[in-house]
Design a protein around this ligand. Sequence first.
Ligand SMILES: Cc1cc2nc3c(=O)[nH]c(=O)nc-3n(C[C@H](O)[C@H](O)[C@H](O)COP(=O)(O)OP(=O)(O)OC[C@H]3O[C@@H](n4cnc5c(N)ncnc54)[C@H](O)[C@@H]3O)c2cc1C
Length: 295
Amino acid sequence: MTALPATASRTGARVERLPLARYTTLGVGGEAEVWFVSNGAQLAEAVEAPYRILGGGSNLVVADEGVPERVIRLTGPLAEADLTPDPALSSGETVVTGWVGGGVPLPGLIRKLQKLGLSNLEGTVGIPAQVGGAVWMNAGTRYGEMFDGLHTLEIVTPGGTRQVTPDDLAWGYRQSGIPRGHIVSRVRLRLRRSAPEEVLAKMDFADQARKGQPKMKTPGCAFKNPGGVSAGKLIDEAGLKGARVGGAMIAPEHANFIVNLGGASSADVHALLALIRERVGAPLELEYELWPEQG
Ligand SMILES: Cc1cc2nc3c(=O)[nH]c(=O)nc-3n(C[C@H](O)[C@H](O)[C@H](O)COP(=O)(O)OP(=O)(O)OC[C@H]3O[C@@H](n4cnc5c(N)ncnc54)[C@H](O)[C@@H]3O)c2cc1C
């Protein structure tokens, strides 16, 4: 397909047809109309038609055909972090920051907070998400999760913009209680003053758990652990480590990760997922999200 030039929307958002493979950690996914929005007015316009909100693309398998809806990406000020303590909301050891855009990459934010000696979110180290996507799923590890460090959330829907606090939401393990498609445009963080070395030590500790994970392009773990049993162990026991379809492979390091060896298609990944389900007797629930949804 011939590339179409970028255009500007009524409110000035950059709109361009682009391959979503560029924006996913797996590196697969066909084209969609991408809306790069940098302020509230552009966001309000972007949600006037069917849309999807894209974060770091670290939990997504996007079809080779792409998706028909417009895909919103938060940029500019919505991908910047004001970490200055708000004097009206901070006191003693507790720091409440200025606004942090939903499009801010989480790994860089965690490093900055460490240097500033601000604790509460270091347990999420190593999660390659954006703040908005990580908040939406309450991403985390056994060492901590996003809701450990949230004060206020700004949420945008076609109905308007509103601010909520964690107490307003039914959040829990890997869920925020925010309905799908409601956009986390900005958050204020609630942090605790700490020594930078202490925060770093906690980060290093949490990072140890990732040592066995593959370094190649991947959307993270493929399946949830069924009934507390390790999905990776079941896939390994089925003899599937290193199995390949096209450019996709079940990682030899960890069987619950599918990696892109280069040039993988979404169809390759789906074929591997089907192979795993066929060979592992137990019912397996997918960890990542499929765009478009299936079944
Ligand atoms: C190597 C690797 C390691 C990982 N480790 C972990 C881990 O330890 N713990 C963990 O919990 N997860 C982990 N993940 C999975 C993933 O990083 C998380 O699920 C993360 O929350 C996805 O965020 P994202 O910004 O990439 O969202 P995306 O993948 O872009 O989107 C996922 C969903 O979030 C929605 N979304 C994205 N941005 C917003 C927003 N601003 N507002 C509202 N909804 C939004 C999307 O619409 C979509 O429904 C890992 C992934 C990889 C690739």
